[in-house]
Design a protein around this ligand. Sequence first.
Ligand code: NDP
Ligand SMILES: O=C(O)C1=N[C@H](C(=O)O)C[C@H](O)C1
Length: 231
Amino acid sequence: MKIALFGYGKMGKMIEGIATKRGHEIVARIGKDDNPELNGADVAIDFSIPEAAFSNITHCFENNTPVVSGTTGWLEKYSDAIEACKKNKGAFIYASNFSLGVNLFFELNKKLAAMMASTPSYEARMEEIHHIHKLDAPSGTAITLAEGIIENSAYSSWKLGESKENEVSITSKRTGEVPGTHTITWESQVDRIDITHTAHNREGFGLGAVIAAEWLKDKEGVFSMKDVLNL
Ligand SMILES: NC(=O)C1=CN([C@@H]2O[C@H](COP(=O)(O)OP(=O)(O)OC[C@H]3O[C@@H](n4cnc5c(N)ncnc54)[C@H](OP(=O)(O)O)[C@@H]3O)[C@@H](O)[C@H]2O)C=CC1
Ligand SMILES: O=C(O)C1=N[C@H](C(=O)O)C[C@H](O)C1
């Protein structure tokens, strides 16, 4: 399969290594000032920056190329991207986190939140820790986790920092080169439950993105990692 990469930073390079080992060919590496020439790619993978993701993604729709995006911090334009995908009969997967472990963790989080819905003595909060280079906060993964809690319990929104009643408080920490750690805490007067996902490196994200691209290649529509992993 021929792959075009939007963003050739930490994730772009990780994906290049994984995709090449799986027998794919990288036909374009598109950075900030490059002409977005897709060079006949079967699929594009975007791990760029929040300001560029929407235009990279819609460029793919306009050029009839399925696109997988892992860029976070641009979700205010997600519904416009969906509309553009449908208008162009394109194919699209966005995931805040492509790793198998985090996608299992998303499901565990939803189940725990649903159990807690009838247990009002517990309050939820979240902490995410990432490397100092990260541009967005809270992380996309933390937002997906908060949405999972909101859909399945009495919480109605999330807030970065201190929260009011019915808001899930998210604390974002930036330190060293941490690849990504997410902890959800449910605490009562008498005890506390923590569930944590810790990424040891970026490989899981990269592998998940390549698997998503292989899966999306000949499809049309808007999908998620739940579809890819059959969860
Ligand atoms: N969904 C997931 O599983 C994961 C998502 N991410 C997300 O992916 C994104 C990238 O992460 P990461 O690789 O670590 O970040 P990096 O900063 O290492 O890489 C981003 C790259 O995008 C390039 N870039 C800037 N502008 C454009 C543009 N207009 N078009 C294409 N590329 C551009 C940058 O180039 P330059 O440096 O020259 O500006 C840089 O090389 C982030 O949003 C991050 O949150 C990260 C890991 C996993
Ligand atoms: O920027 C990162 O590095 C990561 N970003 C994603 C996010 O915002 O959730 C996924 C992962 O945590 C690494």
